[in-house]
Design a protein around this ligand. Structure first.
Ligand code: HEM
Length: 288
């Protein structure tokens, strides 16, 4: 991820150059928060330029609930079919992109093709998360002057603010993926039977008053801040370091390059995404 940083900044600068050139107002979701993470994940994964729109169309449909389960299933089949072909075609590749690494690993017998596709799919789909999580962050920074002030006046303490925003933001519209109990477990007087699905809410955990005093308040100086925004245990978010890198670059670059950045509409007129798994503003019309 450290090696990726200069290239990531370059890709983001190209997008922001165009925003500056076109002059305000601009929808920063459309012009930055959406294209940047998608382009960067595609670059890391090794999606050829000609396939990027198609791949993005599928990943967007998979995390959306608007077309129903059938449309999401169709998109998932298409994406996974494409991934299988791509991994196969890179069996001899020495590239450093994820599809090349997986292709070479399958060819070398280190893992099965099914495992490789199962690893790559969620990574490709997970790339969508930053757009919406960072959208919520930007909305908060643009609507709460005290947070904006902290961001601008205390660059050395930005990490703490980012962690507090990650804790505070309800990333998902629902509780998340189920775990299936492998054996009977007794927990605080409840019996969970083997085979039962269990839903664990990271969102509720992030507002636990026993761990986070005044949990509904955003306190950029909160320490310690053991939030679970990226999950916990074996399924801890694979993309956490990439997500942090993208978020930090996006916020730093947008505030630096667009001086006086502010919403171009009243805050209560910002439209929010509906019928989708990940919460976030649909658009962020801004001026500067
Ligand atoms: C701010 C952005 C993000 C947030 C808040 C986030 C949050 C999470 C959370 C809470 C989980 C755990 C789910 C569970 O336990 O059931 C998770 C898993 C995962 N995330 Fe992220 N994520 C973000 C960005 C990304 C990005 C950019 C990628 C990929 C490029 C990614 C890839 C994944 C993958 C592959 C998993 C599944 C890990 C596994 O099951 O072993 N995420 N993410």
């Amino acid at each position: 991820m450290k090696r990726l940083r200069p290239r990531a900044q370059e890709m983001l600068d190209e997008l922001v150059d165009a925003v500056v050139r076109d002059e305000p107002p601009a929808d920063l979701v459309e012009r930055g928060l959406e294209p940047f993470p998608i382009a960067l994940v595609s670059e890391v994964m090794g999606v050829p330029g000609t396939d990027r729109d198609r791949v993005h169309g599928w990943t967007r449909q998979i995390i959306s609930t608007s077309g129903g389960a059938e449309a999401a299933d169709r998109a998932k089949n298409s994406l996974y079919g494409w991934i299988t072909q791509t991994i196969r075609s890179r069996a001899d590749s020495t590239g450093e992109d994820v599809y090349s690494l997986l292709g070479a690993a399958v060819a070398g017998g280190d893992l099965s093709e099914t495992e490789a596709v199962g690893l790559a799919g969620p990574l490709q789909i997970g790339g969508e998360a930053v757009t919406h999580n960072c959208g919520q962050m930007l909305y908060l920074l643009l609507t709460r002057p005290e947070l904006r002030q902290w961001w601008q006046e205390r660059p050395e303490a930005r990490d703490g603010l980012l962690d507090e925003l990650l804790r505070y933001i309800p990333h998902r519209s629902s509780v998340g993926l189920a775990r299936i109990a492998l054996e009977d477990v007794d927990l605080r007087g409840h019996r969970i039977r083997a085979g039962d699905p269990v839903y664990v809410s990271y969102l509720a955990a992030n507002r636990d008053p026993d761990v986070f005093p005044e949990p509904d308040r955003i306190d950029p100086g909160r320490a310690p801040n053991p939030h679970l925004a990226f999950g916990n245990g074996p399924h801890y978010c694979t993309g956490a370091v990439l997500a942090r890198l993208q978020t930090e670059l996006l916020l730093t670059t947008l505030f630096e390059r667009l001086p006086g950045l502010r919403l171009a509409v009243p805050a209560d007129q910002v439209a929010w995404r509906r019928r989708t798994m990940i919460r976030g503003p649909r658009t962020l019309p801004c001026t500067w």
